[in-house]
Design a binder for this molecule. Structure first.
Ligand code: 3PG
Length: 417
């Protein structure tokens, strides 16, 4: 037991049917039906392998993409082959989640066999919009179709999806009501590492916030700033642009209309209020970069051409952020500084990431894109800790008890009926 949650060391697994929730949510290339990155799949392999090696009949539940913006919202079919390759053993797959076909397949599993179900978010009750609208309690989640159909077929539940631990959805929080529950090895490593680090971070503690998923960032910022957890915050990507736009700085009409189209202009008010209160702690981009005719261009604020869409922080900003990072003793990072996948927009992220590798401070990086950037620069071994969770890490850092942690604590006392 760690932090009130059972670990796999305490589980009897041989011959047992185990529902194992993983987070293998990855960017998808629909045209070739392949995954653009496999780091989250790789991260959950030790747990899946251990369950199978110890003779469990393993049923993997996973989501792919988000129903909020329908980006990467896709079947889990491409993940099967990757899992199979990494595990070096067969992985079965079915295009069903909890219907008769899936249930029959689960009943037919033999000891050690592994079955991956389709995207759980194909069920309405697993969707994030549904979660936000209905706010089901964990007791209510135990009465959803998914839990009612699958729990009777299983002996225990394992959650290895720390990256989704901030979500309050039945595949994550419902099974713990009715099945003895455990955290998987990845969940254990991620949760315990960040918990211990947060107990007393070395100062100064810097937050580096970028990327495109901004809702969690704006949920966390007021907390980490008001509680004094963050001594300084540096901003890039959409987060930086939202602050600049909120303060009336010109970021180009393309950047502005992107904020509107992506439904992010709703954060302008919050950004303005935060900056008014904590402006001395929040560093904003002083220059931006964009791509014109295939070439990188940069300009300082005030000199940005009217119609551009920025895709990176500029080099003066990157240099200022580099110095902040080298001074910090603890650095939490969520999200790249721009569209780092494109060479002409990668410089800001590259400079910041090199500083993260060079700093003597302890670095914790969260989220799929942060990990992809780290791997693509060959810096994995030089970072303090790479966490598969982006939103989950952010929510954890805001001091909230994560819904999945609460559910797993409950599930530690549940016995199979
Ligand atoms: C993530 O990508 O942060 C996790 O997989 C959770 O996905 P979500 O933000 O769509 O719930």
């Amino acid at each position: 037991m760690e932090f009130g949650i059972r670990t796999l060391d305490e589980a009897e697994l041989a011959g047992k049917t185990v529902l194992c929730r993983v987070d293998i949510n990855q960017p998808v290339d629909r045209a070739s039906e392949s995954l653009r990155s496999i780091n989250r799949i790789r991260a959950c392999v030790p747990t899946v392998r251990e369950l199978s090696d110890r003779g469990a009949r393993v049923v993997l539940l996973a989501h792919q993409g988000s129903d909020i913006e329908y980006q990467n919202y896709y079947t889990t079919r491409p993940h099967r082959a990757v899992l199979e390759q990494l595990l070096e053993r067969p992985v079965q797959w079915i295009d069903d989640v909890c219907g008769p076909a899936a249930r029959e397949k689960i009943r037919g599993l033999k000891d050690g066999e592994i079955l991956l179900l389709d995207n759980v978010r194909f069920l309405a009750e697993e969707q994030t919009l549904f979660e936000m609208k209905l706010r089901l309690t964990h007791e209510q989640q135990a009465k959803t179709l998914l839990v009612e159909k699958l729990a009777p077929l299983a002996d225990l539940y394992v959650c290895d999806a720390f990256a989704a631990a901030h979500r309050d959805q039945p595949s994550l929080c419902g099974f713990e009501q009715v099945l003895p529950s455990y955290m998987g090895r990845l969940f254990q490593k991620e949760y315990c590492t960040v918990s211990r680090l947060m107990e007393m971070p070395d100062r100064p503690c810097l937050f580096v916030l970028g990327g495109a998923k901004v809702s969690d960032a704006f949920g966390m910022l007021p907390v980490v700033l008001s509680k004094g957890i963050a001594d300084r915050v540096v901003t890039g990507g959409l987060v930086g642009n939202i602050f600049l736009a909120a303060l009336g700085r010109d970021i180009g009409s393309g950047s502005r209309s992107f904020l509107e189209r992506s439904n992010n202009s709703q954060y302008l008010e919050a950004a303005k209020a935060l900056y008014e209160r904590y402006g001395d702690k929040i560093l904003l981009p002083r220059d931006l970069a964009w791509v014109e005719d295939g070439c990188r261009k940069e300009a300082h604020l005030g000199e940005i051409p009217g119609d551009i869409t920025s895709t990176d922080i500029g080099s003066a900003t990157a240099e200022a952020y580099r110095r902040e990072i080298l001074r910090a003793k603890t650095v939490f990072v969520n999200g790249p500084m721009g569209v780092f996948e494109q060479e002409s927009s990668a410089a800001g992220t590259k400079t910041v990431w090199q500083a993260l590798a060079d700093t003597e401070g302890f670095t914790v990086l969260g989220g799929g894109d942060s990990i992809t950037a780290t791997e693509s620069y060959g810096l994995t071994q030089r970072m303090g800790y790479l966490c598969t969770g982006g939103g989950a890490l952010i929510r954890f850092l805001s001091g909230e008890e994560l819904p999945v942690v609460r559910a797993l604590r409950h599930g530690a006392d549940v016995t199979k009926q």
